[in-house]
Design a protein around this ligand. Structure first.
Ligand code: MN
Length: 206
């Protein structure tokens, strides 16, 4: 769970999400970018053994209380580590292609419909200036909300619990989509595994 952090397995082949996400993008994104966030997070924490038992999620939630010398490094690389761990998991192929049960009811209640959720989360992600993420979160009041963050910032640092995140850094889509971020986001919904999102929702609700 904690230090030293290790690159999580993808759990599926690099080409499993084609044609929506190409194999080369997955290879570089997982093997190079996520590995770099993982290595840099470990380097930041190396000299802070008191934090070695903390999970990545815990570190992001307690960001404001971390030593100033490593706060920015944990924000960026701890965010990169945690964000991508969720990203690979919620894209796993073969799961439910749309939400059901309690999650579906919560989505309908908060947004009106799944399409409205996609518009809210995807629209926020499309408009995020520069690099960042679009999120579906369980807010402090317990309700579902669409948000977006810059860079590798994670909603946990603002007291919300993310259950779905779409990476809109150019490294996530540039090889296949170039400047067409909205096209990438539209295609991305095809590879979301709603079983995993539902499990995240159940976990977030406690
Ligand atoms: Mn990324």
């Amino acid at each position: 769970m904690g230090y030293p952090f290790e690159l999580p397995e993808l759990g599926y082949d690099h080409d499993a999400l084609e044609p929506h996400i190409d194999a080369r993008t997955m290879e570089i994104h997982h093997g190079k970018h996520h590995q770099a966030y993982t290595n840099n997070l470990n380097a930041a924490l190396e000299a802070h053994p008191d934090l070695h038992g903390h999970s990545g999620e815990q570190l992001l939630a307690e960001l404001a209380h971390l030593p100033e010398a490593i706060r920015a490094a944990v924000r960026n690389n701890g965010g990169g580590y945690v964000n991508h761990k969720m990203f690979w998991a919620i894209m796993a192929p073969g799961g439910a292609s749309e939400p059901s049960g309690e999650l579906a009811e919560a989505i309908d209640g908060a947004f009106g419909s799944l399409d409205d959720l996609k518009t809210a989360v995807g629209g926020g992600a499309a408009k995020q200036f520069g690099s960042g993420w679009g999120w579906l979160v369980v807010g402090s009041s317990g309700g579902l909300q669409a948000t977006a963050t810059a860079n590798q910032d994670n909603p946990l640092s603002d007291g919300a619990i993310p259950i779905l995140g779409v990476d809109v850094w150019e490294h996530a889509y540039y090889l296949n989509y170039q400047n067409r971020r909205p096209d990438y986001i539209s295609a991305w919904w095809n590879v979301v595994n709603w079983d995993v999102v539902a499990a995240n929702y159940a976990g977030a609700k406690g």
